[in-house]
Design a protein around this ligand. Structure first.
Ligand code: OGA
Ligand code: NI
Length: 343
């Protein structure tokens, strides 16, 4: 059963008082008072665009990063700092609007797209301490413009431009991922398709009165092929699980954090790791991020690239179409969606 969406977390936060029970995280991994910092390699993406003498070194670095912690910090991605500031600003301005104004873009109860928060699917589901704005940005003809804020005025143009930039980077990164394993450069990109779907999710995390008990986002791995995360400029919160331990992901100025999603793990036959990650809250400051999930076209069947299936490394995953729908069926039930396609 799907209940109506709950109150914006932003309102709960501004009302003060004890947060509702449903937000208390009961996972066995717990929220410790402090965490070690993850060393996330910084990769220069401009090396992959041309035949740079540094390309091999950067490819190795990226390959090692996505085979271990599942993410890297991308710099020289071709977007100016002031443009990234705009991308953040339009989101911040939107979340700062009065609730009634934001609710013009509310998601429908049975939909994922629009302004809102967790779909409430069961009574004992733990809710995330965050509000979101979730929009399909590619293919362009699938955009639901009525859910795209008109306020601030530049929102649509800025998000459109950001999407176009990430489209180019996705192709570049997927090709680099193939080359880094000495494979033909298009082997992942072919499975991804020319008209892949991209979903943008602005995440807004209000200050939380009980960061010791409540998470901004529960542990999950992304259902994408790859995800681009534009982090908050100042406030940390993202954590990645590595060797069964949670690590804080540092903020690298001007970088985009790129992480492997389940579908790139599948295509790479497990060579690349789709990392479990979560978001912790803090009691002092709000935080805003923008995640863009880049997903293969739903009609294309994806599966491990044949060259990566060997005697020493048998096929780990089934072939599958429309992984995203399977992802959503499993996600709220606490199962890892990728486990359902493991052989
Ligand atoms: C996500 C996500 C991390 C963050 O949106 O899937 O993991 O730091 N976001 O907001
Ligand atoms: Ni995520």
């Amino acid at each position: 059963m799907v209940e109506s969406p709950s109150k914006p977390v932003q309102e709960l936060a501004s009302n003060g008082g004890e947060p509702p029970e449903r937000y208390i995280y009961r996972g066995s991994d717990g929220i410790a008072p402090s965490f070690p910092l993850l060393e996330v390699p910084v990769v220069d993406l401009s090396c992959f665009a041309s035949s740079s003498p540094l390309a091999d070194q950067e490819l190795d670095k990226m390959q090692m990063a996505i085979s271990s912690c599942g993410c890297f910090q991308a710099i020289n991605h071709g977007m100016s700092n002031s443009f990234l500031e705009q991308v953040r600003d339009v989101g911040k301005t939107f979340f700062a609007l009065p609730t009634e104004e934001k609710q013009k873009y509310s998601r429908a109860v049975d939909d994922t797209e629009g302004y809102g928060n967790d779909s409430v699917l069961s009574e004992n589901q733990t809710l995330d301490w965050s509000d979101r704005l979730y929009l399909i940005v590619n293919p362009e003809d699938q955009r639901k413009l009525k859910l795209w804020p008109k306020n601030p005025e530049s929102f649509r143009d800025v998000l459109h431009e950001y999407t176009m930039k990430l489209k180019i980077l996705t192709e570049r990164v997927l090709k680099a991922m193939a080359v880094s394993l000495n494979l033909e450069e298009n082997c992942f990109f072919y499975q991804y398709g020319e008209e892949a779907s991209m979903i943008a999710r602005y995440n807004f995390y209000p200050p939380c009165p009980r960061p010791d008990l409540i998470l901004g986002v529960k542990p999950h791995a992304d259902g994408s092929a790859i995800t681009f995360l534009l982090q908050d400029k100042e406030v940390e919160g993202l954590q990645v699980l590595k060797d069964d331990q949670w690590f804080n992901v540092p903020i690298v100025p001007h970088a985009l954090l790129i992480n492997v999603g389940d579908q790139a793990e599948i295509m790479s036959n497990g060579m690349f790791k789709s990392p479990m990650h979560r978001v912790v809250t803090n009691s002092e400051r709000e935080r805003m991020t923008l995640a863009v999930f880049c997903m293969p076209e739903a009609d294309i069947e994806i599966g491990p690239v044949e060259e990566l299936v060997t005697e020493e490394r048998p096929r780990m995953y089934k072939k599958i179409k429309n992984f995203v729908s399977l992802y959503f069926q499993n996600y709220q039930h606490g199962k890892r969606p990728i486990d359902t396609v493991k052989l």
